[in-house]
Write a protein that binds this ligand. Sequence first.
Ligand SMILES: [Zn+2]
Length: 477
Amino acid sequence: MIDDMGNKQLWIQLCVTNEDVRRITLERARQMLRDDDVEARKTGGAPARMVVLSQNDNTSNLCLCPNCKAISDREGSESGALLDFVNHVARGLKDDFPDVIVQTEAYNFTLAPPKTIRPEPNVMVRYCDNYGLSDMTRPLTDPRNAERLALLDIWAKSAQQLGIWDYWRTFDPHPPGLFAPSSNVRAMHRDILLFRERNVKYVTIENEDFMGAGLNDTPQSNDLQSYMPLRCWLGMKLIDDPDRDVNALLDTFCKGCYGAAAKPMRELLEVIEDRQSKIEANSSNMRRHVWLEALCDANFFADAYRCLDAAMLAAKDDPAALIHVRRERIIVDASFLWIEASVRRQAGSSTTFQSRDVVLKRHRADWTDYVASVFDEAGQKTIASLIEPGLQLLENLQTADTDSTRTALPTTEAEITHDGLLDEPLWQQARALRLLPRDPGAAHDDNSKFRFVWLPKHSSSASDSHSIRHPRSMTCH
Ligand SMILES: [Zn+2]
């Protein structure tokens, strides 16, 4: 293929107008389906009935050779060239494999539908409600997601087979140890009802902790998302039957997961959802600490800790329920530890929170016990190296440095190194991570108004500080 700089890049995307590429792809698809039919007959299993032909992830363009570009230019979107290719393969398969669907994706640069090309009847377009664009805490029908809904509606009209790839977790490169509560329980139900209305036939939800690790699998990150087990379970029930009673399902889950602590844990979920519904901040592609500051004020922590304290007490004799409660406390405590000084200032003398030492101590214990409840020994060892930098960062962070309005470092624009990417190895070298001040009134939806700053371990000079802006131009699954 040829990229947008005119370079031949063999490893990024296929040239979808190249005759050999088309011929080989069709031949391979036929062969794979035939082989799978033989295998299915042998084993008594079901043969494959879907061929997935999507662009590669982590790139910004399809092939930009003159032939590919001509189609995309004419169609106003790179989905034009991709769909032209996918349609070609689908037409080639339909006579021999009439019940096989060729699936492709409307994702990133192919998100917008082409002007004139329509998917063949045996092509399924899987529309990706991109996490960097869509606010997952709000349904697609929310005004802030209007552009995403408009694109979905165009696809829904042009594709006879429509699929969805939705994100129910927040993505954002963030320093280790920085978590923020978020949930999509209310949004998910409305979205699932909408998918049914739009005749969606296939739904993929991306919603993972530990970056995709399963039980005793290899963890790749220490990431933890609020109420992940609940949201996965609830989502599956609702995708199975969107008419089910969400309240009844939530009660069932909470009783099963939190035992005697069901009521306060359900209440904590509502506290998060209520707070989300009231703030201006948009969770999409947002720096996590900004979301955290917008969501978690002193009132939030007062409510959250009231629920968690009640839950800990109620579950004290039930080890399984207790560890599930402590899992959610990890996220709330980490949030508190990052912005403690701001929270205490807001609270004044009206609310008292535990001392930093007490919270730090139980935070480490919660992590240790929770990880032990999820991973085997090998997994615990792997994840320890991912969790430890965050714990140490929080333990080294002074309370005074957790006030978002405080001028943490005398850094001028000239002293800042912009490397454009958040680089975790650098965070791990950090003596302590601080946040530069920003305009509190303007920051929430504007990523350019704030930055992370840290001091290297062995330096106290402001000129040694670094900053990272965060331009994310591209998303990946
Ligand atoms: Zn090409």
